[in-house]
Design a protein around this ligand. Structure first.
Ligand SMILES: Nc1nc2c(c(=O)[nH]1)N[C@H]1C(S)=C(S)[C@@H](COP(=O)(O)OP(=O)(O)OC[C@H]3O[C@@H](n4cnc5c(=O)[nH]c(N)nc54)[C@H](O)[C@@H]3O)O[C@H]1N2
Ligand SMILES: Nc1nc2c(c(=O)[nH]1)N[C@H]1C(S)=C(S)[C@@H](COP(=O)(O)OP(=O)(O)OC[C@H]3O[C@@H](n4cnc5c(=O)[nH]c(N)nc54)[C@H](O)[C@@H]3O)O[C@H]1N2
Ligand code: SF4
Ligand SMILES: [Mo]
Length: 756
């Protein structure tokens, strides 16, 4: 199989909001979308089953016939030899295969016991942004109705929650991209803060090419990434800032916009509130001070503002985007507020041909945050504290609004409270590999181990499943039906393309079986995705994310509907803020913010700032991609990117194993020395397990609004391991690519077949 990453010179094609229906004709196999990221590239799956399934790309406005290497190899996850087929229950310390009846009874009696002994909140649910809309919706309902617990949250909290919080503050609504992705295709200036699109969403690079070729692609990143290379190749700008300084960067750009005559004052007067307070904050960030704090030269700041404002004024398209680099900080919400403030000053938002957007990451990262698996939300992106919202949803669910619990704890706070007095004694996880991906992962593993019962639903024995007392094998991606909502708020059909294997069950079935065992009527927890979707539509009616007008039939015709879509016949809303913002008075709100900076500045003991992120061929905790040989080989072993001079000063050679230590833990990696990284910064990918987990180091300090942890900046020191320097190739051969068995040997609890 060809496993080429899409060239970053992907031909641009025509911009425009084309729809799937135009391309479906003549397609081979089952039309569906990639199992991985939020771009949800369109693909066909052909073949008779998992064994001979073949993925081919499908034309679609977002991926335009492209796939990245993960998409090309996606069929490999369907034939993973480590696929879980039987439920596992820990007996005498060992995870042992059993029947579904037995496993479901064990889980249901665990729920019942925890509830009767400690109360409803003693049970926690942890969801994921990779779940279909139907599963995310049902999980929220299961927690609130069948368990009556307030303690449900999900991994989206670790993802785009800061951008979501800032979007709601300023625009009254959070839809990652409030415009179709293809709108970017004709823009001559695009500024990306903390996104490495060329590795995290390669086919999207095609939409950046007009800007790139015009020299108008600007990327803020402490590293010289593939995306930065693409920008500077044609004269674009690399803003090589210090980690955690996007907020002063945005205020500094605002300062230049206002004092040097680029602000769109008519727009500010007509469509916004709160400029004066925002300006009082931005006025303190004159260019030289901004340069001093961020490390970005004044000349680069000036060019950025001139290009953005120039493209906007000439009607040539000007966009500002944020991704995790700018957002995953304990001041992530304020940072995005500052970026939105800059965008408003320049008059970009709520107009055709310009805008601000957040690049949502997970496959259903957008839909996952709309249907009620977040601690403070009910379906339709409603607030769980709003009496009208509670009344509406309770009616759809056939319960008394007073029986709905209130808001629960945010993801990290929930994990932190596990097994503690007042915290959950039992947790059920769907779609997250917390032992690898949660901040301060060593501590999180201790909390998971302190539970009376941990239940993990997965199709692989992830590092988190290895810690579980019960593992429920569920269906994956091409074995199930459902809907996903992509980064542009477009609702897509996930279709079954291969037969359901013997053993695993759908999560809708699992939730229904458990609900019935907990005394719920069966009709309340439907198992047919289409019926669940129809219920979701009713629950969303009148809410911010209104899906009423979206049906499977309409989606099967044409995947062209962006929410809100409040009635059948409604065309959906590709561009949401053109007439008004979703605030009470229809105006966007400037939010005045102050700079706090990363909570853990470097010091003598921990002299380097460690930031973390992704590489092209691994996905997230690596649970899926570490088993796909082509992907694991391409990624190579765990590494730490370090500046060549810094490495030399520390006596570290390229390829040598090093120890990286923060206040919370130590991990090991092979040094990858580069000249292009800031000398004060190191970078770790977070896709590796065992003692190669970046998250053994990361700081769980939370953003006060979004409760996002500080994944992108913690203070560390780096030391050579007392081993002879080895080449990266050797390290790889010696087995640095972690597999479940290895993690298990070095880690906590025994699994199948091991003597306890
Ligand atoms: N290959 C691959 N693709 C993916 C995923 C994956 O795991 N692998 N995951 C998907 C998901 S869920 C997400 S959320 C997206 C994430 O997509 P991105 O946000 O593009 O990914 P990251 O690598 O986390 O971070 C992007 C960049 O931020 C930089 N950065 C670090 N600290 C800072 C900072 O303080 N300021 C700024 N401006 N930049 C900083 C990093 O150097 C990195 O290059 O990717 C999606 N796509
Ligand atoms: N240091 C650091 N840590 C980070 C980040 C970072 O940039 N730096 N990024 C954060 C971000 S943005 C994210 S989104 C998280 C992601 O991190 P995780 O939440 O751990 O994401 P995945 O690795 O995708 O884990 C998903 C698990 O669920 C399984 N799975 C997939 N689909 C389904 C399904 O439909 N149902 C069920 N039951 N299981 C399924 C997979 O096999 C896998 O084991 O990591 C966060 N952690
Ligand atoms: S960019 Fe994302 S959706 Fe597209 S093929 Fe790659 S992982 Fe899949
Ligand atoms: Mo994410």
């Amino acid at each position: 199989m060809t496993a080429e990453a899409v060239s970053i010179d992907l031909p641009l094609g025509e911009p425009g909001n084309r729809s799937a229906g135009e391309f479906a004709a003549g397609s081979v196999g089952t039309a569906t979308h990639c199992p991985y990221c939020g771009l949800q590239c369109a693909m066909n799956i052909s073949g008779n089953g998992a064994a001979d399934a073949v993925v081919t790309p499908r034309q679609f406005p977002t991926n335009r016939g492209g796939l990245c290497q993960k998409g090309w190899t996606a069929a490999d996850v369907l034939r993973n030899p480590n696929r879980l087929t039987a439920p596992l229950v820990r007996r005498n310390g060992v995870l042992t295969p059993t029947t579904w009846e037995d496993a479901l009874d064990v889980v249901a009696s665990g729920f019942a016991r925890a509830r009767s002994e400690y109360g409803a909140d003693a049970v926690g649910i942890f969801g994921g942004g990779g779940l279909t809309n139907e599963k995310a919706y049902q999980l929220g309902k299961f927690a609130r109705v069948a368990l009556g617990t307030s303690n449900i949250d999900y991994n989206g909290r670790f993802c785009m929650s800061s951008a979501a919080a800032a979007g709601i503050k300023s625009f009254g609504l959070d839809r990652g991209l409030p415009f179709p992705l293809a709108d970017l295709g004709s823009a001559e200036c695009i500024v990306i803060l903390g996104g490495n699109i060329a590795e995290t969403m390669p086919p999207m690079v095609g939409h950046l090419m007009t800007a790139a070729r015009a020299g108008g692609l600007v990327v803020a990143d402490p590293r010289r990434t593939a995306t930065v290379e693409r920008a500077v190749a044609d004269g674009g700008v690399h803003l090589q800032l210090s980690p955690g300084t996007d907020l002063p960067l945005a205020l500094g750009l605002t300062h230049i916009a206002v004092t040097e005559g680029y602000a769109d004052l008519d727009y500010v007067a007509d469509r916004t509130n709160g400029f004066d307070d925002f300006w009082r904050a931005a006025a303190q960030w004159w260019p030289e001070r901004t340069e001093r704090v961020t490390g970005v030269p004044v000349s680069a700041l000036r060019r950025t503002v001139a290009m953005l404002a120039g493209a906007r004024a000439a009607g040539k398209g000007a966009y500002v985007l944020t991704a995790r680099g700018a957002e995953q900080h304990s001041s992530g919400t304020d940072t995005v507020s500052a970026v939105i403030g800059l965008s408003l000053v320049l008059g970009l938002c709520g107009r055709e041909g310009s805008g601000y957007g957040c690049i949502t990451g997970q496959g259903n990262g957008q839909g996952g945050r709309e249907h009620g698996q977040k601690a403070d939300q009910l379906p339709g992106y409603r607030k769980i504290t709003d009496p009208a919202a509670r009344a509406h949803v309770a009616e759809v669910w056939g319960i008394d609004p007073d029986d709905l619990p209130g808001p629960g704890k945010s993801a990290y706070e929930l994990l932190e409270s596990l097994g503690q007095p007042g915290g959950p004694k039992m947790l059920m996880v769907h779609g997250a590999n917390l032992a690898v991906s949660a901040p301060r992962a060593g501590h999180v593993v201790e909390r998971l181990e302190s539970l009376e019962m941990l239940v993990v639903n997965d199709f692989l024995l992830s590092e988190t499943a290895q810690l579980a007392d019960v593992v429920l094998p569920v269906l994956q991606w091409a074995e199930e039906e459902g809907t996903m909502t992509s980064l542009e708020g477009r609702v897509l059909r996930r279709r079954q393309a291969v037969p359901v294997p013997d053993g695993p069950r759908s999560e809708l079935e699992v939730l229904s079986e458990l609900a019935v065992r907990l005394g719920q009527p069966a009709h309340r927890f439907k198992t047919d995705p289409r019926e669940v979707f129809d219920e979701l539509r009713a629950a969303s009616a009148g809410g911010a994310a209104d899906y009423t007008g979206i049906t499977y039939e309409r989606l099967d015709d044409d995947e062209a509907l962006h929410w809100p879509c409040p009635e059948i016949g409604h065309p959906g809303t590709p561009r949401i803020f053109l007439d008004r913002f979703a605030t009470d008075d229809g105006r966007a709100k400037f939010i005045a913010v102050d700079y706090r900076g990363p909570t853990e500045p470097a010091n003598a003991q921990y002299p380097l700032v460690c930031t973390t992120g992704r590489v092209l061929t691994h996905y997230q905790s690596g649970a899926q991609t570490r088993y796909v040989k082509d992907l694991a080989d391409a990624a190579g072993p765990m590494f730490v990117e370090v500046n060549t001079d810094t490495a030399e000063r520390l006596g570290v050679a390229d390829g040598q194993q090093v120890r990286v230590t923060s206040r919370r833990g130590t991990m090991t990696a092979a040094a990858r020395c580069v000249e292009s990284l800031r000398p004060d910064t190191v970078f770790l990918p977070f896709h590796y397990a065992g003692d190669q987990r970046a998250n053994l180091l990361t700081n769980p300090e939370l953003d006060p609004t979004s409760r996002m942890p500080e994944f992108k900046a913690c203070a560390v020191r780096l030391e050579p391991l007392e081993l002879p320097a080895r080449s990266v190739g050797e390290t790889q051969r010696s087995g640095a690519r972690p597999v479940a068995g290895e993690t298990q040997r070095s880690g906590a609890r025994p699994i199948v077949g091991e003597v306890p």
